[in-house]
Design a protein around this ligand. Structure first.
Ligand code: ASP
Length: 335
């Protein structure tokens, strides 16, 4: 009996220690935000210096929007939404304003968000009038009993949630329209391949909670109401405090079939792989072997960051505050 009580005390102490350790790490760790602005055939040769500067400035602005939330103790969910709104409002990325156009010359937008603490999630797909689809995804998570709303229904819901509604033409920039006309002459989805540009964010807040979010116009010249991986939880977006937060960009059909975001988390959960090993394996081995082009941004509760991609480039940025000092990086191409 004595031995039994002794064992119980030892287990209780160990558990208590584990929790205390985790609390201490969480409290001291500060916060992290990681962004992507799409992957594809992006190289210094096909990105003029002014465009490189504009992209970096927009990514910097988005990092700061996320940091503003995280620094004052806000949630990782609020931080990813704040950062993605900046990128959706920028005409430079394939999300919100500046989204690529469908074969009919329209912008059809997809977005999703996931909370790593509760595993709650929200998504919208194929929407054409919601200025910031990521806010609609968040509203689906917070204020509906569903995970994904599509098309007209999602737009009706967004209206009821008092989100900003715009004319479909708001999203169409002269640059996107020009490349649409060019593609249309070539009349080929094939030609549009390799041109991505979705935006995504993952964050870790001071409370140790992870969140992930993704927003996109999908693939250029898409037809028939095609939906990609970005609004699909587990494919384009996933967050679980016990594993990691992931946002994907690339050829969505592959990311859906290989359940990429969840696969990375599952390798960590079930095989105990590190964030780096799991994400590298999925992107640079599994996907690459079958021609699935793209990349991911990933973050775990310890603040480890991984941003593997198997394309020429991926617009990416991160900011990390470990409790004492801040580190930051913005990169566009392979290093
Ligand atoms: N993954 C997105 C899609 O297939 C495209 C992208 O990442 O740019 O819809």
């Amino acid at each position: 009996m004595k031995r039994f009580i002794f064992a119980i005390i030892i287990i209780a102490l160990a558990l208590n220690n584990a929790v205390a350790q985790q609390t201490a790490i969480t409290r001291d760790k500060g916060y992290v935000i990681v962004l992507h602005g799409g992957a594809g055939n992006i190289s210094p040769e096909n990105t003029p210096p002014e465009k490189q500067a504009a992209l970096k400035s927009a990514l910097n602005q988005a990092l700061n929007a996320g940091k503003k939330v995280l620094a004052k103790g806000g949630s990782s969910l609020d931080a990813v939404v704040a950062a993605i709104r900046v990128l959706e409002d920028s005409p430079l990325f394939n999300a919100g304003k500046g989204a690529v156009l469908t074969a009919d010359g329209k912008a059809e937008l997809d977005a999703s968000i996931m909370d790593g603490k509760t595993l709650k999630a929200g998504a919208v797909a194929g929407v054409t009038t919601i200025r910031n689809p990521i806010m609609a995804a968040r509203a689906v998570m917070d204020h509906s009993e569903h995970v994904m709303l599509a098309g007209k229904g999602a737009e009706q819901f967004a209206k009821e949630q008092h989100l900003e509604i715009v004319e479909p033409s708001y999203f169409i920039t002269p640059e996107r329209f020009k490349s649409y006309l060019k593609m249309k002459r070539q009349d080929s989805l094939q030609k549009a391949k390799g041109k991505f540009g979705t935006v995504g964010a993952v964050a870790l807040d001071k409370q140790g909670n992870l969140a992930a979010a993704t927003s996109t116009g999908g693939m250029m010249m898409k037809k028939f109401g095609r939906i990609g991986d970005s609004p699909i939880i587990g494919a384009g977006t996933y967050a679980n405090n016990d594993a990691c937060a992931v946002s994907c960009t690339g050829h969505g059909e592959f990311f859906i079939r290989y359940v990429v975001a969840y696969d990375i988390a599952a390798l960590m959960l079930y095989k105990d792989w590190s964030l780096e090993k799991a994400s590298d394996y999925v992107i640079n081995h599994k996907l690459k072997a079958v021609g699935g082009e793209g990349g991911v941004i990933c973050l775990d509760q310890q603040g480890n960051i991984a941003t593997p991609f198997n394309t020429d480039g991926m617009f990416r940025a991160w900011l990390k505050f470990d409790g004492k000092k801040e580190e930051m990086k913005i990169a566009l191409f392979k290093e």
